[in-house]
Structures are given as structure tokens and as C-alpha cells.
Design a binder for this molecule. Structure first.
Ligand code: HEM
Length: 212
């Protein structure tokens, strides 16, 4: 296993954040509606981690360091984990475990349906993130994992629907998402590899990009 200590550090850092939020809720430091704050924080956490996981490939092209790809899977799985915790917090704190109300919410609040669609997309990615699935699906694995982009767009629409008029933070996430989507256009990928080649004085880097 490559970079075991970095992986462990990343795992502990990302895992400790929801524990800290729970601690803040327990000591009444999350304001008058801690349940809602937990739901919001976990939703934002899921979105930020999703954006981080999508930044790994462009960062690899830009820096030439293959370690980014080692962390991509873990960060992507954590995005899914935060989204599941976000759903669990919503069911527990906002719905009071009245599962019967969930169907009514889906109809009354279309943004809930968008959240479910985004979570289904992330679930498909998480379930097929194993080496076994990679081998089994072959070339189809890469195609399937492009679901991450529609899932990201749907998650952004879900958030926009919630925040509506107060869209400052949303605009920041949407801008980052647009940059990361643009970074996957082949011409932009080649440009990133070219920048790295110039830094390192390696004229073959662009040629080698497709072999990595
Ligand atoms: C079954 C799936 C989901 C359900 C039921 C759900 C439910 C909710 C609810 C009820 C809120 C608003 C809470 C409030 O009143 O403030 C919310 C906000 C949010 N959700 Fe979800 N969600 C789901 C999936 C997702 C996913 C997959 C993501 C991201 C990857 C996400 C990201 C967000 C964000 C960023 C917010 C806004 C937080 C804020 O206002 O600061 N949600 N969600």
C-alpha cells in the first residue's frame, strides 16, 4: 500500500470533523437548532469532499505527482459517507424518524428528490470503487464513473434550492465545479501537463500523459 501514513492521517482528519460537530451539538454550542446545523454541515461537507475528489486528477496533471490518485478514492468514499450521514441526520433530527413523512416530503419539496438522485449516483460510485469492480467492468468502469459529474450538478441544484436568495457560498462551489469540469476537457488536460512539463523541463511529459 502506498503512502499508508498519509492515508491514515487523511482518514483521521476527515472522520474527526463530524465527531467534532456532534461534540459541539452535545455541549449546546450549535445554536438553538443543532439538528438543522448538523444536516447543513454534513451536506456542505459532502459537497466539498466531492469537489476535492474531482480536483485530484487535474492536480496530478499539473504537478505530475501520482499520489493524488491514491487519495482520490478515499476522499470520494468520504463524500459518500458524509452524504449518508447527512441523510441520517435529516431523518433523525428533521423528520424525527417518521419514515412515513419521507414520501410526502419527496412530493412537497422537489429539492429532497434531487438529493436522493445525487445520493443514488454517489452510491453507484461507492459500490463500484473496489479493485474487483474495476477489473470486472474493464473499460465500462471509467464510463460509469463519469456519473460523478451529473451527480455533482444535481447536488449543486439541490443546495441552490435550499439556499435560494442567499447564494454566496453556493456561487463559490458552482464556480469551483465549473473549473473542475473544464479541467477534464482533453485540451485543458494537455495544457496542464504542458505547464508541468515546462516546470520540470520535460518535453516528453505531454506524450506520456496517456500512458499514466
Ligand atoms: C437522500 C438524499 C438527501 C436528502 C434527503 C437531503 C436533504 C437535505 C435537506 C432537508 C436539506 C436542508 C436542510 C435545512 O433545512 O437547512 C439539505 C441541504 C443540503 N444538502 Fe442535502 N440531502 C440529500 C442528499 C444530498 C447530497 C448527496 C449532497 C451533496 C453531495 C447534499 C448536499 C446538501 C447541501 C450542500 C445542502 C445545503 C446546506 C446549507 O444550507 O448550508 N445533500 N439536504
Amino acid at each position: 500500500m502506498r503512502y499508508p501514513w498519509w492515508r491514515l492521517l487523511l482518514f483521521c482528519s476527515i472522520a474527526s470533523v463530524p465527531c467534532y460537530w456532534l461534540y459541539l451539538a452535545a455541549v449546546a454550542a450549535l445554536g438553538p437548532d443543532p439538528g438543522k446545523v448538523l444536516v447543513d454541515n454534513l451536506g456542505q461537507g459532502a459537497l466539498v469532499l466531492l469537489l476535492c475528489s474531482l480536483a485530484m486528477t487535474p492536480l496530478r496533471y499539473l504537478t505530475g505527482w501520482s499520489g493524488w490518485i491514491v487519495f482520490r478514492r478515499q476522499v470520494g468514499l468520504w463524500a459518500f459517507g458524509y452524504a449518508v450521514l447527512h441523510l441520517a441526520a435529516y431523518l433523525y433530527f428533521l423528520l424525527g424518524l417518521q419514515f412515513g413523512d419521507f414520501a410526502a416530503e419527496l412530493v412537497e419539496r422537489p429539492y429532497i428528490a434531487l438529493g436522493v438522485i445525487a445520493l443514488v449516483g454517489l452510491s453507484a460510485l461507492a459500490l463500484t470503487s473496489t479493485r474487483w469492480s474495476m477489473r470486472k467492468l474493464g473499460k465500462r468502469w471509467k464510463k460509469l464513473h463519469r456519473i460523478v459529474y451529473p451527480a455533482l450538478v444535481v447536488a449543486l441544484l439541490h443546495m441552490l434550492w435550499v439556499v435560494r436568495s442567499d447564494a454566496g457560498q453556493w456561487s463559490l462551489y458552482a464556480t469551483l465545479a465549473a473549473i473542475l469540469l473544464a479541467a477534464r476537457v482533453p485540451a485543458v488536460e494537455r495544457a496542464l501537463v504542458g505547464i508541468n512539463a515546462r516546470w520540470r523541463g520535460d518535453p516528453l511529459a505531454n506524450k506520456n500523459k496517456n500512458n499514466r
